[in-house]
Design a protein around this ligand. Structure first.
Ligand code: MN
Length: 747
């Protein structure tokens, strides 16, 4: 084989061949000759292209794409096309191979996948990433969801292998990669139904960001393993006879320990020690039934289990009839097991189990194997989700930040199930309102919603829904959406529909308003020319004629003959034409009145931001931007007490920021701490320095005496910049020998 002739492969030849053969075996015997040839060519090309490059761990680079291909085939159950793409996934990015080369040798399908992977690989895998474009980069990842899903699936395999081998990368990179993994890849894996991948990504992220906790929990899991297994045997024992006699084919009964990360989260959330995470495992019963009997058989097993053990009446989860939107389907119940312990029992078929472990990839494989197979509720649920994703992505006017937070909050977030009065189920993100539900049914229903009945009770449209609610939407004959509605919905779908509607509505009103004005002017023997439109717009203080017409149509402008004449005849038509150049700038001036941006976010001079309340940044301070969820960018000082925490935990949400210049007429809040010896008149001397000597405005002052001869407190002032503040502090210090003055809110 050509690929193994390279010198650097000498030491690795045997291992590389072994792994490659393993990959071919994983793909299966049924692989056609052409496909085998394609895989072989891809491996050959990748090995040559990466020749001479080593990974941080010291092994030849080719081991990485080979491992990614192995994950794709072995753990996700993807086929030859994906394996070829996985083998080649870093070639265009890192080597001389071009996309054209790939297309020429492997065809358009594979080159499209590689193209998608290359677009997002530039994003995270280089060490010197530009933090300011991080949101853009996340957006790129999300956009691939609208294309061939294999792009994101292979990307997840790539990320999984990178996480598994993260140990050999520098510390700072580890934190960033791990946080990106938690931020976007684990939720994505979850939403694509790749449960095993999601759990492993989370565990690995914890392992690298909090190694002590990780080691601690895994040690305790090992220590308690025997006890757990014994308990599971005790639990199963009394069920065996009946299960065997039931005629249902039981494939496997096993105890599944919870993931390290989920145990950690539970311990944190409930502030409890390891021993008290009582449901550290679940019992899974897997049956083998034909598709048309699997539901009924699951329920039979359920009946046998709950005959023996009392079930918790609030913990039955029927994902048989209503699969989760990632395709997950099973029956979950919690029963009172031996020794009075509550135990979660999951009942599902082999097919469901495979979908649950390998997600949509496996799910597709089943469909491909069974042409003409019935569309299962799982297919439907997943397709609905994918449509929601595409809806959101189609909302092209969303900024990268909005899009990413929209995805995090709704599409990748937790979901709940809400019913129509007829029993149809809709899945919505947790926190959705009655109005969201209206839009989930149909945009026409959403736009006409005036209220809802939730479980028979009348509620306003802004009512937050809960899992299992039965919701009936009450509508009128007319569309009712207003700008206000944007705050009363949570889903991207509803927001998009409302925005579209409002935009169309504005345009409609503008056209109407223009017609109204034309009629009015004609009636008084004027003509609605460009210049008269400008005059009217200016007189009523609108930014442009469209806004003016809009106001005219919505009735907020009162105009009579006398007023019209006075506006339009002030200058003659010819003068108007001459002046029109002056008029245009006047409209621009209005725009300029908007608050001046003092901070450049990344390279963007107009990006909206807010100053953080925890550290009160001043011009002259060194600062950074932090992308919050839902509140835009917040500016912090690099010495903010929260800064280290933010930077280490959320490195990917940090954006560089700097002051445009330091001379502003605007003033900024700053806090000064003062302590000292109680001396008659000292406090009033201080306030005198501030407000008279330095002409600085005080916003508030909190000074307390301890009654034993000393005082302490803080003063909030409005200051121009850092130099100004330094000078003020200097002057205050000179007021007394025994006084300490310093700026507050510093780490
Ligand atoms: Mn890679």
């Amino acid at each position: 084989m050509a690929l193994l002739e390279g010198e650097m492969y000498e030491a690795y030849r045997a291992e590389l061949l072994k792994q490659y053969r393993h990959l071919l075996r994983t793909l299966g015997k049924d692989l056609s000759k052409e496909k085998v040839k394609l895989v072989h060519e891809a491996f050959d090309l990748a090995a040559r292209a990466h020749e001479g490059t080593v990974r941080k761990s010291g092994e030849p680079y080719i081991f990485h794409p080979l491992a990614v291909a192995q994950i794709a085939a072995g753990e996700l159950g993807l086929g030859a096309t994906s394996v070829v793409a996985a083998l080649l996934h870093d070639t265009v990015e890192d080597t001389d191979i071009t996309l054209e080369d790939i297309e020429y040798r492997f065809g358009p399908k594979i080159s499209a996948i590689i193209n998608g992977l290359t677009k997002i690989s530039t994003v995270f895998d280089s060490v010197d990433r530009d933090t300011s474009s991080q949101a853009e980069n996340f957006k790129k990842v999300l956009l691939t969801l609208g294309e061939d899903l294999r792009v994101i699936l292979i990307k997840l395999c790539d990320r999984l292998h990178n996480m598994r081998t993260l140990g050999s990368v520098p510390e700072s990179t580890i934190l960033k990669i791990a946080s990106e993994t938690m931020f976007i890849y684990a939720p994505l894996a979850d939403r694509l139904g790749l449960n095993a991948v999601k759990l492993e990504l989370e565990d690995l992220a914890l392992k690298f960001t909090d190694p002590d906790t990780y080691k601690d929990i895994s040690r305790q899991l090992v220590e308690t393993k025997r006890v757990r297994q014994k308990y599971i045997r005790e639990f199963i024992e009394p069920l065996k006879g009946e299960l065997e006699g039931s005629g249902v084919n039981i494939v496997e009964i096993k105890g599944r320990p919870k993931s390290i990360y989920s145990i950690h989260r539970k311990m944190l959330r409930q502030q409890i020690p390891f021993e008290e995470v009582y449901d550290a495992f679940a019992i899974r019963i897997i049956i083998d039934s034909p598709l048309n009997l699997e539901k009924a058989d699951c329920w039979r097993v359920y009946a046998i289990v709950t005959d023996r053990y009392r079930s918790h009446d609030k913990r039955l989860r029927d994902w048989l009839s209503h699969p989760k939107s990632n395709g997950y389907s099973a029956l979950h119940t919690t029963v009172l097991g031996p020794k009075g312990k509550w135990v979660e029992v999951q009942i599902r078929s082999k097919r469901m189990d495979d979908v649950a472990e390998r997600g949509l990839a496996a799910h597709w494989r089943y469909k491909a194997d069974l042409p003409g197979a019935p569309i299962t509720p799982q297919d439907q649920a997943f397709e609905n989700w994918l449509n929601t994703v595409k809806d959101t992505l189609a909302n092209s006017d969303m900024s990268a930040l909005d899009l990413v937070s929209e995805f995090r909050n709704t599409i990748l977030g937790e979901e709940m199930y809400v019913f129509t009065p007829k029993g149809d189920v809709k899945s919505l993100p947790v926190g959705s309102t009655a109005l969201d539900f209206g839009f989930a049914i149909h945009s026409q229903v959403g736009l006409r919603t005036i209220g809802a009945k939730v479980n028979g009770k009348l509620v306003p449209i802004s009512q937050e829904l809960r899992n299992g609610d039965i919701v009936e939407i009450i509508t009128t004959a007319k569309d009712r959406a207003t700008t206000d509605w944007m705050n009363q919905v949570k889903t991207g779908r509803a927001k998009g529909k409302i925005r579209d509607y409002l935009k169309a509505q504005r345009n409609r009103l503008s056209v109407q308003g223009k017609e109204i004005m034309e009629r009015l002017l004609r009636k008084h023997r004027f003509e609605l020319s460009e210049s008269s439109a400008q005059k009217l717009t200016r007189h009523f203080g609108y930014l442009n004629p469209a806004e003016f017409y809009h106001a005219a149509a919505s009735g907020s402008i009162k105009i009579n003959k006398a007023l019209l004449i006075s506006i339009l005849t002030k200058t003659s038509v010819t003068e108007m034409a001459e002046n029109s150049e002056k008029i245009v700038p006047s409209a621009e001036q209005k725009v300029k009145k908007a608050p001046k941006q003092q901070i450049i976010i990344g390279d963007d001079h107009d990006f909206p931001y807010e100053l953080a309340k925890c550290c009160h940044p001043l011009p002259g301070d060194s600062i950074f931007g932090f992308i919050t969820i839902g509140e835009g960018v917040k500016i912090h000082r690099t010495t903010c007490p929260n800064a280290t925490n933010l930077m280490s935990q959320y490195g990917y949400r940090i954006i560089p920021a700097k002051w445009k210049d330091e001379s502003y007429d605007k003033s900024f809040a700053a806090r000064i701490q003062v302590n000292g010896i109680d001396d008659v008149g000292l406090v009033s001397r201080l306030t005198e320095i501030i407000s008279r000597d330095m002409a600085v405005n005080m916003k508030s002052i909190h000074i307390e005496s301890d009654g034993k001869g000393s005082f302490s407190g803080w003063i909030e002032v409005m200051i121009n910049n850092l130099n100004h503040l330094t000078l003020l502090i200097q002057n205050m210090k000179e007021a007394h020998k025994y006084i300490e003055v310093k700026r507050l809110d510093e780490a």
